[in-house]
Design a protein around this ligand. Structure first.
Ligand SMILES: *Cc1c(COP(=O)(O)O)cnc(C)c1O
Length: 498
């Protein structure tokens, strides 16, 4: 299977090449040239398998320049109990809905589902393409990707990781997770600005020929651990199949029956993997895109007009979704407009120069065929956390709460009774203060620091706090670098000299 760029179809590369390069040099994103298909029989057979084996069944369809043995080794190492605990991606019944918990990995956000396996794929890909250099992985994070990339690549030979996070834009736990990261190949800097500034800055670094040449001289090729990298998206497809297999195994659905997924969305990587699963034959009903107050995707799905410039950026209690320029939408548009690279290029140009674009009526109609959308503000999400706990004794984090609220609204407004999976993206302990306030009122968190909030949350909700998050309070700060977006290149140059 070859991969082509969304902005230049003529550019075709192998899976290994797509993973090593991160994104296409002219600015497009790599997508598979076609979608492999799983029969219902193959989907049914997943029910008897454990998570690593399910993942291999999916990955093998896309990464055909890897042998089955290689993929098995990658999946077993990535999803081992030592990394994920006994359950990799458990599905829980909560009230009328199902919750797919994707945060049992080492950093307790769903980013681990892909970033635990990406380093294994990356190292093998580097060998396959005969890369005679190290890779320098540059990553912008809205909070969770950064730590997951650091954790995944820590100590991996031949790799360096540099993470840029928005200085005031992540939760205290997210910040500490990154600033206390140990390891010789790990670099972290806080950027003055929001996530879009950091992400645009990283994309600019990729496009900077001068920097590329300089890094090349130092023996580095640039790559990315953001969801623009195909090596992150492919593993995410697997958990949609896994959730379906668990519904089958639990007798909740019959084989072939459609299931809706409601996904808390930012950069559109998670929900795009759900769309790819659907294209591969998974019986998916609606893909429900849930946004917080930064509801640019909601407006786009409703109207067909994407407008990042004409709106304010809001800091919310779900910081990992505080995004206005949603990168992976480009991949969806490529499929919806009939794989017309020049049209995608024109839309992305308009987004860059004017901050907005509008798709044609056909593309918009195809978007509405698969996707629904909803959004809630912080109060709506807090109410969901409160009510879900009161009713079901189940604690949602602030991101999952957005999806929960949107899923409930969707069912109420449409009467659609299709079994619905809410995709749960983080442990509540990454956002302890906001979750505690939602459960017990603002006064409950008054005068408490972040750690005391976490302890109090544990007492209130009874869910055991992950050990690594508890241990943060003992760890020294190791990364102190800060910069403006214009200064990011200089920071990378310094890291490369270290
Ligand atoms: C990254 C993230 C999201 C958004 O996922 P996208 O793939 O960027 O849409 C939602 N919730 C949490 C907790 C995240 O870390």
């Amino acid at each position: 299977m070859l991969y082509q760029s969304t902005q230049d179809k003529g550019r075709q590369v192998s899976a290994a090449q797509a993973i090593v390069s991160g994104m296409s040099p002219e600015g497009g994103l790599f997508v598979p040239e076609s979608f492999p298909h799983l029969s219902l029989e193959e989907i049914g057979a997943l029910a008897a398998l454990d998570y690593p084996k399910r993942a291999v069944r999916i990955l093998a369809k896309y990464l055909d320049d890897f042998s089955l043995e290689e993929l098995e080794a990658c999946a077993q190492a990535a999803y081992a109990p030592a990394r994920f605990g006994v359950e990799t991606a458990p599905l829980r019944r909560v009230g009328d809905l199902h919750v797919l918990e994707l945060w049992h990995g080492p950093t307790h956000a769903f980013k681990d589902m892909a970033l635990q396996i990406l380093p294994h794929l990356m190292v093998r890909s580097m060998r396959k393409v005969g890369l005679g250099k190290q890779v320098f992985i540059l990553t912008a994070t809205s909070g969770d990707t950064g730590k997951a990339a650091l954790e995944g690549f820590c100590g991996v030979p031949g790799t360096q990781v540099g993470v840029f996070f928005p200085k005031g834009g992540v939760s205290p736990s997210q910040r500490l997770q990154m600033l206390t990261q140990e390891g010789d190949n790990m670099h972290v800097a806080a950027v003055e600005g929001n996530f879009d500034d950091a992400q645009t800055g990283v994309k600019r670094l990729f496009a900077d020929e001068g920097l590329r040449a300089e890094m090349d001289e130092r023996g580095y090729a640039l790559s990315s651990a953001n969801s623009i990298n195909w090596g992150r998206l492919a593993p995410q497809i697997a958990y949609y199949f896994s959730a379906y297999a668990d519904l089958l195994a639990g007798g909740e659905i019959a084989l072939g029956q459609p299931v809706n997924f409601c996904v808390p969305t930012g950069n559109f990587g998670n929900i795009l993997a759900g769309y790819y699963a659907k294209r591969m034959g998974l019986p998916v009903g609606r893909l429900i895109c849930a946004s917080n107050r930064n509801n640019v995707l909601f407006d786009f799905i409703e109207s067909g007009a994407y407008d990042a410039a004409g709106r304010a950026f809001h800091k919310t209690a779900s910081p990992s979704m505080d995004i206005l320029v949603s990168s992976n939408l480009e991949r969806l548009l490529f499929e919806l407009c009939g794989r017309d690279d020049q049209t995608v290029r024109a839309w992305m140009r308009a987004l860059k120069t004017r901050g907005s674009y509008a798709v044609d009526a056909d593309t918009h109609a195809r978007l509405k065929d698969s996707f629904s959308a909803g959004w809630v503000d912080d109060d709506g999400a807090a109410k969901a956390i409160h009510d879900c706990f009161a009713k079901n004794g189940y604690t949602l984090d602030t991101h999952t709460a957005v999806a929960w609220a949107v899923a409930e609204d969707y069912r109420k407004n449409t009467g659609d009774q299709t079994p619905t999976v809410v995709v749960s993206t983080a442990s509540p302990y990454k956002f302890s203060r906001a979750v505690l306030e939602a459960l017990k009122g603002e006064q409950a968190a008054q005068d408490l620091d972040e750690f005391a909030c976490a302890d109090e949350l544990e007492r209130v909700c009874g869910l055991p706090m992950p050990k690594s998050l508890k241990a943060l309070r003992e760890k020294p700060i190791l990364h102190k670098r800060e910069c403006r977006p214009e200064g990011m290149r200089r920071v990378v140059e310094d890291w490369a000299k270290d």
